[in-house]
Design a protein around this ligand. Structure first.
Ligand code: DQA
Length: 152
C-alpha cells in the first residue's frame, strides 16, 4: 500500500485548546483518527507526526523521500517563513498537498505568503480537519493516475 507522511508543524500539538474560534475544538489526535479511517478506506498507509522544530520537519521530509509516496504538510507558521522546508520538499520530489485548518487568506497579510505552496501539487485551507481527509483523497488520485510516483 502506498504510504503518506502527514506532517504537522509548530503549535499544532495545541489543537483543540489553542484559539478555538480559529482552529476549532478537535485535537490533533482527533485529526489523526479521521485520517486513519479515511486512509483505510482509500487503501493508503499513513504516518502522522507533529513537531515544533523546523529542522525536525526538514529531516522528516528527507525521510519521506525514501519511505513515502506522498506528503501532506501543515507546516503551521513555518509555511510563511521557511525556505529550508521549501528546499527539502523540492529535494523530496514527491506529490505534496499543503493543508491549513484556517483560511489563511482571510487572515493577516503575512499569512497570505506560503513557501510551501511553491512545492505543492495543491493547497486546501479553511475547511478544518476535513482538509486532511480531502488531501488524502487527492493523493490517492495522484498516485493512481501517476503510478511512477508510488514506485519511487
Ligand atoms: C495554520 C495557519 C498558519 O498561519 C498558522 O501559523 C498555524 C496553523 C492552519 O492550519 O490554519 O499555526 O497552518
Amino acid at each position: 500500500m502506498p504510504t503518506i507522511f502527514i506532517l504537522n508543524g509548530p503549535n499544532l500539538n495545541l489543537l483543540g485548546v489553542r484559539e478555538p474560534a480559529t482552529y476549532g475544538y478537535d485535537t490533533l489526535a482527533d485529526v489523526e483518527q479521521r485520517c486513519l479511517a479515511r486512509a483505510a478506506a482509500l487503501d493508503l498507509t499513513i504516518d502522522f507526526r507533529q513537531t515544533n522544530h523546523e529542522g525536525q520537519l526538514v529531516d522528516w521530509i528527507h525521510e519521506a523521500r525514501e519511505a513515502a509516496d506522498g506528503i501532506i504538510l501543515n507546516a503551521g507558521a513555518l509555511t510563511h517563513t521557511s525556505v529550508a522546508i521549501l528546499d527539502a520538499l523540492n529535494a523530496a520530489d514527491l506529490p505534496v498537498i499543503e493543508v491549513h485548518l484556517s483560511n489563511i487568506f482571510r487572515r493577516e497579510s503575512f499569512r497570505h505568503v506560503s513557501y510551501v505552496s511553491l512545492a505543492a501539487r495543491g493547497v486546501i485551507c479553511g475547511l478544518g480537519p476535513q482538509g486532511y481527509e480531502l488531501a488524502l483523497e487527492a493523493l490517492a488520485s495522484v498516485i493512481e493516475a501517476e503510478p511512477g510516483e508510488a514506485a519511487r
